[in-house]
Design a binder for this molecule. Structure first.
Ligand SMILES: Cc1cc2nc3c(=O)[nH]c(=O)nc-3n(C[C@H](O)[C@H](O)[C@H](O)COP(=O)(O)OP(=O)(O)OC[C@H]3O[C@@H](n4cnc5c(N)ncnc54)[C@H](O)[C@@H]3O)c2cc1C
Length: 434
């Protein structure tokens, strides 16, 4: 393969160029607070913002720099749906329940989009809609059938099927058999969105302390003692918002989420005219497969951001960049010859029932298992968690306090992941033949 790396190629998220991480510091957290939030991603910060605005004294702790996790590593799709395909979800939980759960995803999108608007968070939020590409006739038919079911069940979805003859108006690829335009959702700059939340949280006077890992959470008579190497915080309430990075110190939550590595690359600025060939409508695309690839323009439409969730931890990110380059040029052959400026990885968390969870266990609040929809879902359920903490009846959602399943002997190290990913890829290949 020709040299695919641009000069100055980096192995940090593209988003960090405009929204750099904080340098390590040695601040100590306050000894007391009304609430401690563990994890400073979108979920933790959204909770902290609502709590602070309801007059609570909040401390947010993170093991690394604030926003070190998936919240500044994602693709920036602000969606209105769940990972679980509607038809499959309806089979698993029944149509009425599936309708309610799909409705929460729409509310989550609308809450996050409203927050960006109301708070004037400058994060290049655009209401682009999304193209869901069908790699086979079978995948196309399933998309169409699921859409019909959602409409019949009253889910507020605005979508249009695009037949194979119109597909090249969406993506310059010979791989797909049409797809679906899903309207009413969009894209953001993931780093700037997180930074906007962080600034608002700090602006409300909440302490956000990075490089301060929580090492134990102990119940006390009046709440919790949250221990870190730089001292403990005593608080009446605590919220676990660590999703795909949930540490051993939180074994109950860690046993219930499966961290899966997802990878992305960014290209250099494309030569004039190339973006219009690759993504003619400017809409982000994601494949309708169990192991999807996704491709979108960056915030100014000059570069391509491409990713895939493979679950495979290759020896190095450079190897992964080579792998993603081959996948990217298979999807969009016009990109052959374009160089990469960034390759990075982050962890999404899947739950065993493929649905997000929020609730309280042993007095400790949690919200996680976003199944790759955490940008809107984390923001929304972080806020709802804050409402639960202050006792606001508006806190309830159909996702609360459902049984949060795990597997016997699973402790948070997903040794089975390569097998599951191989099986999903096999299923995808079979679907693609259909
Ligand atoms: C490559 C990639 C692409 C994605 N694309 C999308 C997308 O386009 N749209 C979408 O909706 N979702 C997407 N996701 C998923 C989404 O980014 C996440 O679901 C979401 O950001 C999770 O937010 P969170 O706040 O729950 O957790 P995170 O942002 O992951 O934050 C968890 C935090 O917990 C901290 N932590 C861990 N241990 C401790 C400890 N002991 N003490 C204190 N803190 C600790 C971590 O350092 C981390 O900062 C993507 C994810 C990846 C990796």
């Amino acid at each position: 393969m020709a040299d695919i790396f641009a000069e100055g190629y980096k192995e940090t998220p593209y988003w960090w160029d405009l929204a750099p991480r904080a340098e390590p510091d040695d601040r100590t957290p306050p000894e007391k607070a009304d609430a401690v939030v563990i994890g400073s991603g979108n979920a933790g910060l959204s909770c902290a913002l609502t709590l602070a605005r309801r007059g609570r004294d909040v401390v947010v702790l993170d093991a690394e720099a604030a926003g070190h996790g998936a919240s500044t590593r994602n693709a920036g799709y602000l969606g209105r749906g769940l990972w679980f395909k509607y038809g499959d979800m309806a089979k698993a939980v029944g149509r009425e329940r599936a309708g309610a759960l799909a409705g929460v995803a729409v509310e989550a999108h609308d809450y996050a989009a409203g927050l960006i608007r109301d708070e004037q968070i400058a994060c290049f939020h655009r209401d682009t809609g999304r193209f869901i590409a069908a790699p086979s006739k079978r995948a196309y038919d399933k998309l169409e059938k699921d859409l019909e079911m959602m409409i019949a069940d009253g889910v507020p979805v605005d979508a249009e099927m695009i037949g194979p003859e119109r597909q090249r108006g969406e993506v310059g690829s010979g791989l797909y058999r049409g797809g679906q335009i899903l309207r009413g959702n969009g894209v953001i700059h993931a780093g700037l969105y997180h930074r906007g939340l962080l600034e608002r949280v700090r602006g409300e006077g909440a302490a956000v302390v990075g490089f301060c890992p929580v090492t134990a959470v102990e119940r006390e008579r009046n709440g919790f003692r949250v221990a870190t190497p730089r001292g403990a915080v005593a608080a009446k309430e605590a919220f676990v918002a660590t999703n795909g990075y949930t540490p051993r110190a939180l074994p109950w939550q860690r046993r219930r989420v499966v961290p899966v590595s997802a990878y992305m690359v960014a290209t250099e600025a494309l030569p004039p005219g190339l973006m219009a060939k690759v993504l003619p409508s400017g809409r982000p695309m994601i494949e309708n497969r169990d192991t999807p690839r996704w491709i979108r323009p960056n915030e100014d439409g000059a570069r391509i951001l491409f990713g895939g969730t493979t679950g495979e931890d290759l020896a190095s990110l450079r190897d992964k960049a080579g792998h993603l380059y081959r996948e990217m040029t298979a999807v969009a052959p016009d990109l052959d010859g374009v160089k990469l400026t960034h390759c990075w990885t982050g962890k999404v968390a899947f739950s065993f029932d493929m649905l997000p969870h929020a609730g309280v266990h042993d007095g400790l609040h949690y919200a996680m298992g976003w199944c790759a929809s955490g940008v809107p879902m984390g923001t929304y359920l972080g806020h709802k968690t804050a409402l639960r903490i202050v006792g606001d009846p508006d806190a309830a959602t159909p996702l609360d306090n459902r049984r949060f399943p795990t597997w016997p002997f699973y402790t948070g190290d997903p040794w089975f992941l390569p097998l599951v990913v191989a099986w999903l890829k096999w299923r995808d290949r079979r679907t693609m033949r259909g």
